[in-house]
Ligand binder design. Structure first.
Ligand SMILES: [Zn+2]
Length: 342
């Protein structure tokens, strides 16, 4: 360990009084170092006063003070509330400690032998609801094309798959998760493509959404506030963020698309699902390059392959042996953080 890092770790240890909780904008926060120590993680500044990492052998998370943009195991993740600092002590919201980080440290386990068998795919929009319209291109056309490709690939991988619509039909939002619930799906995956009015040349990349925890505000463009009660989806929120993370990771890696992060939303199609549920925004139809790719079957085939890979990795992660807290871990020394907030 180099001397600077040694000093910083010592400084953190001395600066933080254990058990100290704080309130930032009315939300409960805990010192990051306390939380890290209690969970067997090391903590170190990557850029002093600004960027900080916690790590053990199965989790490496990077936070930026006064920002909700974080990174967990190499994938951008939106926090429920920005990381903060008080008198130089880095703080993280209690809600993020419990709902964003904890699932990665102590993943919920599936019962032995229990596997994902049935997956419900939800092609966004349809019929009179075209979704985003870019020139002659309607979002509803490409969400259905992607869902059909994904269905074929998932079936080849051994899953049973059904779609909430099989043709250009209008389907009410509540009826989409309702079909998944009624037919006993193990996973629900809603498929969409994005668009933006401004900065069309610049805004591109994939986003994967999962349900917003109770007490948090969402990170979608509408950004509903925190005053919402629990929904059916909150029962599976730990699994849903892990599924979203796995799928987002595979999308970014296979497509080479900019990582616009795992995000939170209370979308109608997410909140009523009684199984782990995510919504994939597979890229920006308005971006000149990404848009043109989305309109090709080859790119959608690759996107489908990424989603299959993400689902398989998620399934595997739930079957791994339970995480143990290590007695000795490596310290993070270099930042790989490169995410630019929306
Ligand atoms: Zn859409």
């Amino acid at each position: 360990m180099n001397r600077t890092l040694c000093f910083l770790l010592l400084w953190l240890a001395l600066a933080v009084a254990p058990g100290q909780a704080a309130f930032v904008n009315g939300h409960s926060y805990v010192p990051l170092a306390d939380w890290a120590q209690a969970n067997g993680l090391k903590v170190a500044w990557l850029r002093r006063g600004d960027q900080i990492a916690v790590a053990n052998h199965n989790l490496r998370a990077i936070f930026v003070i006064n920002s909700a943009a974080a990174e967990i195991n190499g994938v951008a993740v939106r926090l429920c509330f920005p990381a903060a600092s008080a008198r130089g002590i880095p703080l993280i919201s209690q809600l993020d400690a419990d709902k964003t980080l904890r699932p990665f440290l102590y993943p919920p386990r599936t019962a032995a032998g229990k596997r994902i068998t049935t997956i419900c795919l939800d092609p966004g929009h349809g019929g009179r609801d075209t979704g985003n319209q870019v020139g002659a291109h309607s979002e509803k056309t490409y969400t259905l094309a992607l869902a059909q490709e994904l269905r074929d690939q998932l079936q080849l991988a051994g899953f049973q798959v059904f779609l909430t619509r099989n043709d250009d039909n209008y389907v009410e939002l509540p009826f989409r998760p309702a079909q998944a619930n009624r037919r006993g799906a193990d996973l629900f995956v809603s498929l969409h493509f994005n668009a933006t009015e401004n900065d069309r040349q610049d805004v591109q990349g994939t986003e994967t959404y999962c349900i917003t925890p109770v007490g948090a505000s969402s990170s979608n463009a509408q950004g509903e506030g925190a005053g919402y009660g629990p929904t059916s989806a909150n029962h599976n929120e730990q699994k849903s963020i892990l599924l979203a993370w796995s799928v987002q990771k595979a999308l970014v890696h296979l497509l080479g698309a900019p990582d616009r992060a795992v995000r939170r939303a209370r979308y109608a199609v997410l909140r009523d699902a009684i199984m782990p549920a995510i919504l994939v925004e597979g890229g920006y139809m308005t971006h000149p390059v990404e848009g043109a790719r989305i309109f090709t079957s080859g790119y959608r085939r690759l996107m489908a392959r990424a989603i299959v890979q993400g689902i398989l990795a998620y399934q595997k992660s739930l079957q791994a042996p339970a995480a143990t807290i290590p007695s000795h871990t490596k310290h993070p020394t270099h930042s790989v953080y490169s995410h630019s907030p929306r």
